[in-house]
Design a protein around this ligand. Structure first.
Ligand code: LLP
Length: 419
């Protein structure tokens, strides 16, 4: 059941007309469907039925506290990559032993924070990081649970900016060095070697790269066994893609079936770090048309949301469908849908066939629930958009729109200006 649907030519989120929210909240705003978030999480989690697993939602895709709280209440864990995400996770009520911490650049204060909180596991990405975690754990008189993030050198066949498991990528430790890392880690006094981890990329639309990665991890696990290193967790990372346009990624059930088959009855607890597949199509960005303008060679629709709100089209040339909130006319135009930012790269869509909208009309940018708000910025001093969640016939502002005051929080004029 899809939860962004037209009724009498008007787009609803569940049982709430989007136009009504826009009138109350103003534009632009991100809009999330509670039913869709919940359904996506449950489908993913239940796809691994019968397998001991923990679905750690990847916070970076959508860090709103309400979104995190929902997944927490559904029995999820959390995949974090910073102290800030740990803070949010704990604030949303995640038990620390359901939090895994990935990322190539963990700072000392972040490591201490995670050790102090007592997280489930650090996914370690370098030998130097391993040494540092050992040292900090010693100082804090604790043991750090650690898995090594392996870079299995597989091609995820996705946008180069979001592929992470190739030799040339900065992520993880190559399979040969990983063995060394395990040997080293097993000798460190304050490290508890508990798992193995990989994450090969994002928006992956076929099962094969995951299978290749798993094969390489399985070989490593066997090698570790021979070395006398017994681990408990196998973290497959995230990366399963979604349909933005005409992609047809494997259904989570298909993805799960392939992974479970490749596990061959292993007793390891499976950890998964899905982000996009859970939230991507559970959220949209709602924007209002400010102006129409006909250039010499192009038609422009100027919206009040831009690359500061949704970075993906600019950064990855990503496709996001654009739909009208009120679908009345059949007439279409081919236009660039652009934002108010002073950059040529500020667009939501290029040469896109859309309805013949006019000044004041509302448009929605689809599939914006993942890496939408979290990647937004204050560029050109534009306050960040509001975030709204709908459940049935109710809506709630889960993050207030920023105001001008918010823009200058923490800024001050140095006293030496008065010298
Ligand atoms: N685990 C780790 C260690 C990750 O680095 C990521 C994403 C995930 C899990 C979740 O991946 P997902 O299931 O969402 O594919 N900003 C880009 C995506 C960057 C993904 C970074 N890492 C975009 O908008 O497409």
């Amino acid at each position: 059941m899809h939860h962004f649907l037209y009724r009498n030519n008007e787009l609803y989120c569940e049982d709430v007309p989007i136009r009504m929210i826009a009138e109350k909240v103003g534009t632009p705003f991100y809009l999330y469907s509670h039913a869709t978030l919940k359904r996506h999480f449950l489908i993913f989690n239940e796809a691994f039925e019968g397998i001991e697993r923990l679905v750690c939602f990847s916070a970076k895709a959508n860090t709103n506290l309400a979104v995190l709280k929902l997944f927490e209440s559904l029995g999820g864990g959390l995949d974090i990559v910073s102290g800030g995400e740990l803070y949010r996770g704990l604030k949303a009520g995640f038990s620390p032993d359901r939090i895994v911490y990935s990322g190539v650049g963990k700072r000392v204060d972040e490591i201490d924070y995670a050790l102090d909180a007592g997280i489930l596991m650090f996914n370690v990405e370098s030998l130097e990081e391993l040494e540092l975690i050992d040292k900090r754990a010693g100082l804090l008189k604790t043991k750090a649970p650690v898995s090594i993030r392996v870079n299995p050198d597989v091609d995820p066949k996705t946008h180069p900016y979001i592929s992470t498991g190739l030799k040339k990528n900065k992520f993880g430790i190559d399979t040969e060095t990983a063995i060394q890392a395990y040997r080293f880690a097993s000798k460190l006094e304050n490290i508890d070697v508990t798992g193995i981890d990989c994450h090969i990329g994002s928006q992956i639309t076929e099962a094969k790269p995951f299978m290749e990665a798993l094969e390489s991890l399985n070989a490593l696990i066997d090698e570790l066994k021979q070395m006398g290193i017994e681990i408990r967790y196998l973290d497959m990372g995230g990366g399963l893609g979604i349909t933005y346009n005409d992609e047809s990624p494997p259904h989570p059930r298909e993805y799960a079936r392939a992974i479970v088959a490749a596990l061959k009855g292993s007793h390891l607890k499976l950890i998964l770090e899905p982000g996009r597949v859970i939230v991507g199509n559970a959220g949209i960005l709602v924007t209002r048309v400010l102006y129409r303008k006909s250039g010499k060679v192009k038609e422009f629709v100027i919206a009040d949301a831009g690359m500061n709100d949704l970075m993906r089209p600019t950064l990855y040339d990503a496709f996001h469908a654009i739909e009208p909130v009120v679908a009345t006319e059949n007439k279409t135009i081919t236009a660039d849908v652009v934002g108010p930012i002073c950059e040529t790269g500020d667009f939501l869509a290029l040469d896109r066939k859309i309805p013949d909208v006019k000044k004041g009309d509302l448009l929605v940018v689809m599939s914006a629930g993942a890496y939408g708000f979290t990647m937004s910025s204050n560029y050109c001093s534009r306050p960040k958009a509001a975030e709204v969640m709908v459940k049935d016939n109710r809506f709630h502002v889960v993050k207030a729109r920023q105001n001008y005051e918010d823009l200058v929080v923490g800024e001050s004029i140095p006293p030496f200006f008065d010298d």
